[in-house]
Design a binder for this molecule. Structure first.
Ligand SMILES: [Zn+2]
Ligand SMILES: [Zn+2]
Length: 347
């Protein structure tokens, strides 16, 4: 089979490999569609901590495929089933795992991160993924490329859980990349009153507006605070999601929030400079709730899949390019382009 294998920074090689053989408690997936995520770009740049020097591995963790082989001891999984894979699997027995938050497990593993992933024609599914319910059925009407985006959407869903977005809320999303746009789509689905998106690259705003934002703000040309006050009757934003890895966006969120506002620092900051100036009096006097979320659990993926399978949200609108596995280098180059939303590889 063909596979795209990481050998080192900027060294992704297409090579012929044996189709993986599976054990009696494992399954084999024929990959239909795999999304390229910011994490994959970080891996390729040699900046991912789970890819230390010397790592040889197939990346790819946003995947949908067809089960083509099932080990003799595996129950509840059928050949021919189309599934997405919740990529994270925890140890299965720590407090976080047993409370349904396996994304917080200190000893987590993940396809494409700690073991071979999805940029290949076939992928071995180890036992822990099967036992923890990480293979999630996809409805026949859902396009494979759209289904491959359920995992990042699950992260977005988890990110909005603590924010309780509702019909009274003016929502600000900072950053109109794929994740920012998914936050817009979900806030719309939750019935937000007004959704504002801010961006440094004006060329990214039209796609956010087309997919549900009411107002786009090019922060290089407009004053964001003026816009937020005008759009909220002078209150400020009830909900703020920082979907860009920007210090300024996090600091500004405290100022732009309405009294009683809820904020999620969704996008992490660069590891070498994770500190911001945090005006704690704004949190105190405005009774703000400031939170963070990271990745997604298996149960978040099930909830996200239910929304997509039910036709309530079409993630296919985010797909801006489809590439064969032969063209994986072109696919990664396209994913580096800031105007692209999601690029998928279809082996
Ligand atoms: Zn991802
Ligand atoms: Zn655990």
């Amino acid at each position: 089979m063909l596979a795209a294998v990481y050998y080192g920074p900027h060294d992704l090689r297409l090579e012929e490999r044996q189709v993986p053989t599976i054990g009696p408690d494992e399954a084999l997936l024929r990959v239909m569609s795999a999304g390229i995520c910011g994490t994959d770009l970080r891996i390729l740049h040699g900046a991912h901590r789970k890819y230390p020097e010397g790592t040889v591995r197939v990346p790819g963790h946003e995947v949908v495929g067809e089960i083509v082989e099932v080990g003799a001891q595996v129950a509840g999984l059928d050949v021919g089933e189309r599934v997405m894979v919740a990529p994270n699997y925890g140890c299965g027995h720590c407090l976080q795992c047993v409370t349904g938050n396996n994304n917080r497990c200190a000893n987590y593993g993940a396809i494409g991160i700690t073991i071979d992933g999805a940029f290949a024609e076939y992928m071995r599914i180890p036992a822990p993924l099967i036992l923890q319910g990480d293979l999630i059925p996809i409805g026949p009407d859902v396009d494979a490329a759209a289904a491959a985006l359920i995992e990042p959407f699950a992260c977005v869903l988890r990110g909005q859980d603590p924010l309780r977005v509702g019909p009274d809320d003016v929502v600000l999303v900072t950053g109109a990349g794929p994740i920012g746009v998914m936050h817009v789509m979900l806030a719309r689905l939750q019935g937000a009153r007004r959704i504002i998106v801010s961006e440094m690259s004006a060329s990214r705003l039209p796609q956010a507006l087309a997919l549900g934002a009411d107002r786009g703000v090019d922060v290089t040309r407009e004053n964001l605070q003026d816009v937020i006050l005008a759009e909220s009757g002078g209150r400020g934003a009830d909900v703020i999601i920082t979907a860009a890895p920007a210090h300024q966006a996090q600091e500004e969120a405290l100022r732009l929030a309405a009294i009683g506002g809820r904020i999620n620092f969704f996008g992490g900051l660069p590891k070498d400079r994770p500190t911001i100036t945090f005006d704690s009096n704004l949190v105190h006097y405005k009774e703000l709730v400031v939170t963070g979320t990271t990745a997604c659990s298996t149960s978040d993926c099930w909830r996200a899949a239910e929304i997509v399978n039910g036709g309530r949200l079409d993630l296919g609108q985010l797909v801006s390019g489809r590439y064969a596995l032969d063209d994986v280098h072109a696919a990664f180059a396209a994913a580096e382009n800031r105007d692209a939303l999601k690029i998928v590889v279809e082996p």
